[in-house]
Ligand binder design. Structure first.
Ligand SMILES: Cc1cc2nc3c(=O)[nH]c(=O)nc-3n(C[C@H](O)[C@H](O)[C@H](O)COP(=O)(O)O)c2cc1C
Length: 201
């Protein structure tokens, strides 16, 4: 962690790390799956699940096609809300903040870790656009596999990561249903520091 990082922000990140580690050990297939909500230029919300690929004090990163519906939303309104719920733990984490694109170097580094088939689909899929048939997508995938046969597949310019830079992180702990009051603890960024509050459940 960066020296000089706000004490409460560090506490929130540590707390996230602790819950996230437990989520990784409780038998869920994709503990990094999170709901991502965006809004369009007219304020209409939409949400979908994406995978958290990295997080640190700079924020929470997921990768996607920047021409997708979420990409278009984020172009005009660079703010997002993330929500995890790990049912076996009865833990929810909500994160809200501004959104920036990761650096080209970061995106390239992550791209090289992707399985070849995922790289091919990143080229073949015009994410969120209408598709005539699945045969059409398979044809495009075969075409791309042929084009790059025996070569490294470059990262498409439109495929990259977004980083949600949090200004709010809330932890909700369900406890045992009906026997306990749910605990909500909310960390919020102010001008140049963080504050923490319990919230009514
Ligand atoms: C478990 C799960 C994980 C997913 N992970 C991603 C992801 O990391 N990136 C992504 O672009 N889409 C991911 N998707 C697909 C998205 O939910 C969504 O269908 C797609 O990104 C198009 O969304 P959009 O049209 O709102 O842009 C995932 C779906 C599921 C169910």
């Amino acid at each position: 962690m960066t020296p000089g990082l706000d004490k409460l922000y560090r506490e929130a990140l540590d707390r996230f790390g602790e819950v996230y580690a437990r989520a990784g050990e409780c038998g869920i297939t994709e503990p990094n799956a999170m709901n991502l909500a965006t809004v369009d230029a007219r304020g209409r919300p939409s949400s979908r699940v994406v995978l958290l690929k990295e997080y640190d004090e700079r924020g929470f990163v997921f990768y996607t096609n920047h021409n997708s519906r979420k990409g278009k939303d984020l172009d005009v309104v660079p703010r997002a809300a993330l929500c995890f719920y790990w049912e076996p733990l009865l833990e929810q984490v909500r994160i809200e903040g501004s959104v920036e694109t990761v650096s080209e170097e970061e995106a390239d580094a992550y791209w090289t870790t992707r399985p070849r088939n995922s790289q091919i689909s990143a080229w073949a899929s015009q994410q969120s656009e209408p598709l005539d048939s699945s045969a059409e997508l398979e044809r495009r995938m075969a075409e791309i596999a042929q084009t790059y046969h025996g070569q490294k597949i470059p990262r498409p310019s439109y495929w990259s990561g977004y980083r949600v830079v949090p200004d709010m992180i809330e932890f909700w702990q369900g406890g045992e249903y009906h026997h306990r009051i749910h605990e909500r603890i909310c960390y919020q960024r102010q001008a140049d520091s963080w504050k923490v509050n319990l919230l009514n459940p």
